[in-house]
Design a protein around this ligand. Structure first.
Ligand code: F6R
Length: 245
């Protein structure tokens, strides 16, 4: 694992944007895995700024988002579909049919999971996967206890995750109980992983990830130790207890 230390959230976002744009500009065909949540918001803002200034070409880029809530539709403001549209896709010129997010309204969720997994496979896999870190160590919505071999599946969200994400909803009761998520094995099949970590509330999870290389299903992010090409960009608040010096 390579660790890049950022001074703060903006610096982390700027470094992440540089890495992503470098891959976009240096390839003829690129498949990006994308995340939602608070962590990548400013990265997406920097990508939009870059697009406005440099008209960066996205025609060769295909995206797959990590996850979507079950029971939430594209027009719902709390859906990850809506998040991606409003925070990135509406502001850069990427063909909409090249952007993929699981369908949380699918009648048959199991079929939707296999369909999504196969779409990633048929695309040739993910070149660069962007990840955030859950305070409980989840990646995607793979909650503690998830098998490392698992592919795209429906996951029951822990109460900790529902509470952490309640800020995007009017009340805790409205936070969905389940989500479709790429599995740990789907994520680990990416060629390259970029994990962004910011803020004090991630510091204990990040410290555990950096200090303890043991593979432990109760801490899903530990599966990243099995991947040969992981870059972590973390800010000083997130690193404050890691004592890496
Ligand atoms: C988001 C996702 C989650 C988040 C994680 C951190 O698509 O899969 O794993 O990355 O919950 O969320 P934030 O960034 O809101 O702290």
């Amino acid at each position: 694992m390579k660790l890049i230390t950022a001074t703060n959230y903006s610096d982390m976002s700027r470094i992440a944007t540089e890495i992503i744009l470098k891959r976009i500009k240096s390839s003829d065909k690129l498949t990006l895995g994308l995340a939602t949540g608070s962590t990548p918001i400013e990265t997406y803002q920097y990508m939009i700024e870059d697009y406005q200034q440099n008209k960066t070409d996205y025609h060769h880029v295909t995206t797959f988002n990590l996850d979507e809530y079950v029971g939430v539709g594209p027009t719902d403001r709390t859906s990850y579909y809506y998040f991606m549209k409003s925070k990135l896709f509406d502001h850069i010129h990427i063909p909409r049919e090249q952007t993929h997010i699981p369908n949380g309204l699918a009648n048959n969720l199991e079929d939707e999971c296999s369909y999504y997994e196969n779409k990633i496979k048929n695309q040739g896999g993910i070149d660069l996967q962007l990840l955030g870190l859950g305070s409980n160590g989840h990646i995607g919505f793979n909650e503690p206890g998830t098998n490392f071999d698992i592919k795209t599946h429906v996951e029951q969200l822990t109460e900790a995750t529902r509470s952490a994400n309640a800020r995007f909803f009017d009340s805790l009761e409205e936070v969905p109980t389940h989500a479709i998520t790429m599995g740990i094995s789907t994520i680990l099949q990416s060629n390259e992983i970029l994990l962004l970590v910011s803020g004090e509330k991630k510091s204990s999870a990040l410290t555990k990830l950096l200090k303890d290389t043991k593979l432990d299903p109760s801490f899903p992010a530990s599966s990243l130790h099995n991947h040969p090409n992981v870059t972590i960009v973390a800010d000083q608040e997130a690193l404050q207890y890691a004592n890496l010096t």
